[in-house]
Every structure is written in C-alpha cells, then in structure tokens.
Design a protein around this ligand. Structure first.
Ligand SMILES: [Zn+2]
Length: 184
C-alpha cells in the first residue's frame, strides 16, 4: 500500500530552534493518516504533540489546534462507577467513621442484637440490608474491611467523580492550559 503526502504544515517548536511537522498522508483506498513529529533535539525530549479542539472566539465553533504537551503529563484515569457495597461505603463515609463501623461490626458480626444506642451503626446495617438485600452481618464486616483497605487509594478519586460530572472535559482543558500552543 502506497502512502502519498497530501498536506504538510510546519510550526515553530516551543524553544524556537526547531520545527514541528504535521503531515497528512493518503493511500490508494483513500484512507487518511496523520503524523506529527518534533524536529528539535531539545523539544523532542520534553514534549509530545497533541491536538485539542479549541472554541473560536468569533463564532464559538471548535477547531483543532496543536499543542506541545509535557511528556510526563499524567494520563486520564477512568474511575469505575461505584457498584459494590465497599465502594458505596467509601463514597458515603469518612475513613474515621468506617473504622468505627468496623470495630462495631467485629463486635456484632454474629448477632443482630445491636444496642439501640449505636444509632449510626444500626443505620448502616439497615442501609446494607436495603442495598444488598442481605442480612448476614458477617458480609457487612467483609465489606467494611475491604472499604477501609481500599480507602486511601479511592477516596480522592470518588469525591472527584461525584463533584465533576464532566471530568474528562475538565481534564482536557487543564492539560491544554498546561501545554504550549504552537504556531505556524
Ligand atoms: Zn525546540
């Protein structure tokens, strides 16, 4: 399959000593391929080239613009939607509260005889029964252990997910702000 150069544009690299070359190729089947290279020894070590859709001021339509993104820029992390009870616990309670629940569930894991004074724990047990359609307190104990263990790695992400419905858009916008737009 032969690829022919269809279009080529050259931009200044961020340091100004080299170029960024964006080429578009086409093959016999009319398939299009794009290639962007940084032709600068300095900038090619520091950046990757990416395009972002940027809203134009004049007509609020979006057009693609090229940016140099730092090579160590963090990847977007997809957060799994909370779908099991340990994840629900992480979303609902602070760690300290979960640890207290865990202590109580160790004490009452084999009995439904929970003193009425343990109001918040009784509420948790009821929530568990509703969510999981389950009454085994041993199971609740297992979920609490899991939640406490997972907590430190998940909590920040879960909070972020709940507060940011358009997390990916937000991520792209930040990435763009932290990158260098390149010009012809
Ligand atoms: Zn450069």
């Amino acid at each position: 399959m032969e690829w022919k150069l269809l279009n080529e544009a050259k931009y200044r690299c961020p340091c100004g000593k080299g170029k960024i070359i964006a080429s578009v190729y086409i093959n016999d089947c009319m398939e299009i391929a794009e290639k962007k290279i940084i032709d600068c020894p300095e900038c090619s070590l520091k950046y990757n080239v990416e395009s972002f859709k940027v809203e134009q001021e004049e007509n609020s339509q979006k057009s693609e613009k090229l940016f140099c993104v730092k090579k160590n820029y963090p990847e977007f992390k997809y957060i799994p939607i909370a779908n099991d009870f340990d994840e629900i616990l992480i979303r609902l309670y602070p760690l300290k509260q979960l640890e207290e629940f865990l202590t109580e569930s160790e004490r009452y894991k084999n009995s439904e005889d929970i003193p009425k004074s343990r109001i918040s724990y009784v509420e948790l047990v009821n929530r568990f029964k509703n969510e999981k359609n389950m009454v085994e307190l041993l199971e609740l104990n297992r979920y609490l252990k899991l939640a406490v263990r997972k907590y430190s790695i998940s909590k920040i992400n879960y909070e972020f997910m709940l507060n940011e419905p358009n997390r990916y858009e937000e991520y792209l916008l930040n990435k763009m702000k932290n990158s260098v737009e390149i010009h012809l």
